[in-house]
Each structure stands twice: as C-alpha cells, then as structure tokens.
Design a protein around this ligand. Structure first.
Ligand code: SF4
Length: 338
C-alpha cells in the first residue's frame, strides 16, 4: 500500500478518492493519520472556518417496536423503564437550551407507537416558533408524516444506516432491509429534508471494506450530516458480551468523512468520550464540527439505553471541548450564513 503524505492527500483531493484510497485512510499508521487529521482540519476550515456549533438533544420516548440486536431499547428488553415525555416538558427543555445560546434542537426517539404525527407535529411547531432549528431522529414512520412535520417546522432528519453490508444489516436489524432504509433516506430528501446518516463502527462481522462502502453510500446519498458512533455493548441484548469498537479506526473514519464528503456536518459523538479520555476533542481534531449536549431529564436518561453506562455530554464539557480544539462556537444558522 502507498505511503500517505501531504502530496498523496492533495492529489486525491484534486482528482477524487478511489475505494482503495479510502481503505488506505482507514488503515493508515499513527504517523499517517496525524497528517490526515491535519488535512481534514484544513478542509473543515475551507468550508466552515474554524467554527463548531452545539445542538441539544432530548430523547423523548424509548418504547420501541424494533428488535435491533445491539440496542438496549429493543422491544424484547423488559429490564428498562419505558417512557414518553409530555409535550410541555420537551418544550420547557428546549427553552432552557435556547436560554443557554443553543439554537438547534434535536428530537430523538425510538421507533415508538406511543406518540402520533399530530402529537409530534405540535411539539415541533412550538419549538420551531421559538426560532430554533428542529432536527428529527425518530426512525421510520408514514410518508405523510414527513410533510406534516416539515410544515410544522422540522427541516432535518437523521436516519443512521448503521452498516452498508446488507447481510449484516439484516442480522443486526431483524425484519428490516438496508434497501428499504436507503429508500427511506431518499424519500426524506424528496420531502425537502436535509438528511443525515452514518454507520455504527465495530459491529461484530463488520469489515473495513464495508466501512469504505459506508463512505460511498453517504456520498451517493449526498448527505448533509454524516456521523459515526463506536459500538458499545448494551446489557440485556444478544451482543452484551461483544467487544467495543475501535476508537482509532473511528477517528480515521471521521477524517475520511471530512476529506471525502468535505462539507457535511460531522458530530463528535459521545461514544468516543465514553471510550477514551478527550475522545470528543480528538473527533474535532480529526475534522468534526458539531457536538450534541444531552438534555434528556436525568431521571430517565439511563433508560434510553443505546449502550450501557453512557457518557452524557453536558454544556460545560461541550463548550470547553470546542475551545480546546481551537474552534470558535457559533450557531448552525451562522455556520451556513457566511
Ligand atoms: S436502534 Fe432504534 S429502532 Fe433499533 S431497537 Fe434501538 S431504538 Fe429501536
């Protein structure tokens, strides 16, 4: 495999990255990865300046009809308390976020049937009317609901594809297919949403080649937001005894997203901080430009068990991490204004 240096990167930035090039990035040595991270920061600077923004997430419902084998909220898990927050509580958390200077509010939930389109539409409208950007991550619902929520003020939708390996996808998400998920991402785009996706890195059976395909899939979908989380096992699931994913590979994946996709929003996800001290700082140093503060009420957030013993990102930590990454905090709207 060729040695990666500044010239190698500049050449690919000019003429494009092949599959082998993307694989070389993911398999780069520590010395090469430092050069890749530096180049990724340069690409971020070109597209966004040295700026990052904070968004706030509330996980408002954790009842789920799905059985993803890596997730603590899968329908079969009877060990966790199931909850749906009231609209007033969600809106009040959004007000707190706004009063702290956060202008993007992220409504996240499991694929729950505990709320309907009108219920969520009302919540979206109330938050959007406060002047906040509303981002949804609520799984797959009816196509009509997309229009309803868009009219209410939602503009962005994240649906992680988790893995681009169709066979692995069906093992991880029984009853669902990758093709349907990709179709749904395209449908969201047709309904005028900015879309986000990304893999869960470290799933048992996942290969580096399939991670390369994840990058290509995101490019083909022309995603606005791209992310990677590192697999961490959740108690009470079929994968509870499996090893965690590789943080260093995750950081190289972030650099690959920045170099290959260039102008997407890339979050420094909490799994990196959970697995390594200053993990989110390292994500910023690899090209990330967003951090999400968790504002799910403390009494319930352990029951939103995507993985066990989660790291909860607080506002102070988020602001400190942005400063330590030599970035300036901005808002999402300002990031795209200039
Ligand atoms: S990953 Fe999402 S859809 Fe799958 S079980 Fe967990 S909450 Fe439900």
């Amino acid at each position: 495999m060729e040695h990666i240096d500044r010239r190698w990167i500049a050449g690919r930035l000019n003429s494009g990255f092949s599959k082998d090039d993307l694989k070389a990035i993911l398999l780069s040595s520590d010395e090469e990865s430092e050069i890749l991270f530096e180049a990724a920061r340069e690409i971020r600077r070109l597209h966004f300046g040295d700026r990052a923004f904070i968004r706030a997430v509330i996980e408002f419902a954790n009842t789920c009809r799905c059985s993803c084998i890596y997730c603590g909220m899968r329908a079969e898990n009877t060990e966790i308390l199931r909850f749906t927050l009231s609209p007033d509580e969600i809106v009040s958390v959004a007000e707190t976020a706004l009063s702290n200077g956060i202008r993007t509010f992220f409504l996240q939930a499991a694929e729950s049937e505990e709320y309907n389109a009108e219920w969520l539409g009302d919540v979206i409208r109330r938050i959007s009317d406060m002047g906040m950007m509303v981002l949804l991550c609520v799984g797959i619902h009816r196509e009509d609901d997309l229009d309803y929520w868009f009219e209410a003020g939602a503009r962005k939708f994240i649906l992680k594809h988790e893995t681009s390996d169709a066979e692995l996808f069906e093992k991880m998400k029984p009853g669902f297919t990758l093709a349907d998920r990709i179709r749904w991402l395209r449908t969201m785009r047709e309904h005028s949403y900015h879309i986000g996706s990304g893999p869960l890195l470290g799933l048992p059976g996942q290969t580096v080649d399939s991670l390369v395909d994840d990058l290509i899939l995101m490019k083909n979908l022309n995603v606005d937001m791209s992310s990677v989380s590192v697999f961490l096992p959740a108690k009470g699931t079929p994968l509870e005894d499996y090893p965690v994913g590789d943080v260093d590979l995750g950081l190289r994946f972030i650099a690959a997203m920045r170099l290959f996709l260039k102008n997407t929003l890339i979050p420094a996800t909490s799994t990196f901080e959970r697995l390594r001290k200053d993990g989110q700082l390292k994500c910023f140093n690899a090209g990330a430009n967003v951090i999400t503060v968790n504002m799910t009420p403390a009494r319930l957030r352990d029951d939103y068990e995507l993985y066990s013993e989660r790291f909860y990102v607080g506002l102070k930590h988020a602001r400190k991490t942005i400063i330590r990454a030599n970035l300036i905090e901005t808002t999402e709207a300002e990031l795209f204004d200039d």
